[in-house]
Ligand binder design. Structure first.
Ligand code: HEC
Length: 198
């Protein structure tokens, strides 16, 4: 009996230690920014377009676009003028979501090459970052995960249109997350939009 009692004490002590460590990580902004990699923007290539997976490659709690919730793209012109800058708003909503993230890419429909350039909207530099490369991916920063309305978050990305060589397709994948610092319990939404040359 004596042995069993001390085992219980040890198990409880270990449990308390795990709790204390998790609390310390949550409380420390340094630990948070260094350990939370994905919340600070996903890796490139998860926009859901041109054969790419979307965020659901890892956030697979539910099927993509499970209601209630959606991601929308507004501000994409039906016809674009080369060199013109168009502010595009990405809006992610799902009742009860705690934080959100997204990835957006703009590519020529034919061939999938980068079409024009993407940049953080005015005043959005602390919320949005670009992954440079052959294809530019716009992603939220950690500071950009915070909700901007009840059950929703918006980001503004400026798209500067390319030469009028063909139609441009935009793919966005977004994650309505529960802020548990893990990939589970999150809901992924995707959307596609097209813009034709003038
Ligand atoms: C390769 C796997 C992987 C992919 C793909 C991925 N994530 Fe994640 N994501 C994770 C993991 C692991 C975590 C938990 C740890 C962390 O936050 O870094 C996470 C956490 C997050 C969180 C915080 C979740 C919470 O509840 O605290 C957000 C927001 C997020 N990811 C956004 C995205 C978006 C947006 C995409 C798609 C564009 C994406 N992720 C794609 C693995 C992934």
């Amino acid at each position: 009996m004596k042995t069993q009692a001390s085992t219980v004490v040890i198990v409880m002590a270990v449990g308390a230690f795990v709790f204390a460590t998790a609390d310390a990580l949550r409380a420390s902004p340094v630990a948070r920014t260094t350990s939370i990699a994905y919340a600070d923007g996903a890796a490139p290539g998860f926009s859901g377009g041109f054969g790419e997976s979307s965020c659901d490659a890892c956030h697979f709690e539910a099927a993509v676009n499970t209601p209630p919730g959606q991601v929308t793209l507004t501000g994409i012109p039906e016809r674009f003028a080369p060199g013109t800058a168009y502010p595009i708003t990405v809006t992610l909503s799902r009742p009860g979501m705690m934080i959100g993230g997204f990835q957006l890419a703009a590519r020529f429909e034919k061939g999938g090459a980068q079409a024009g350039t993407l940049a953080a909207g005015p005043g959005e530099e602390k919320r949005i970052k670009m992954e440079p490369g052959a294809i530019q991916y716009a992603n939220q920063r950690l500071a950009g995960t915070a909700l901007t309305g009840p059950g929703s978050v918006k980001w503004v990305v400026v798209w500067t249109a390319p030469p009028a060589t063909g139609a441009v397709v935009f793919h966005v994948a977004a994650n309505a997350a529960n802020n548990d610092e893990a990939a589970r319990g999150d809901y992924v939404y995707t959307a596609v939009a097209t813009s034709q040359p003038q």
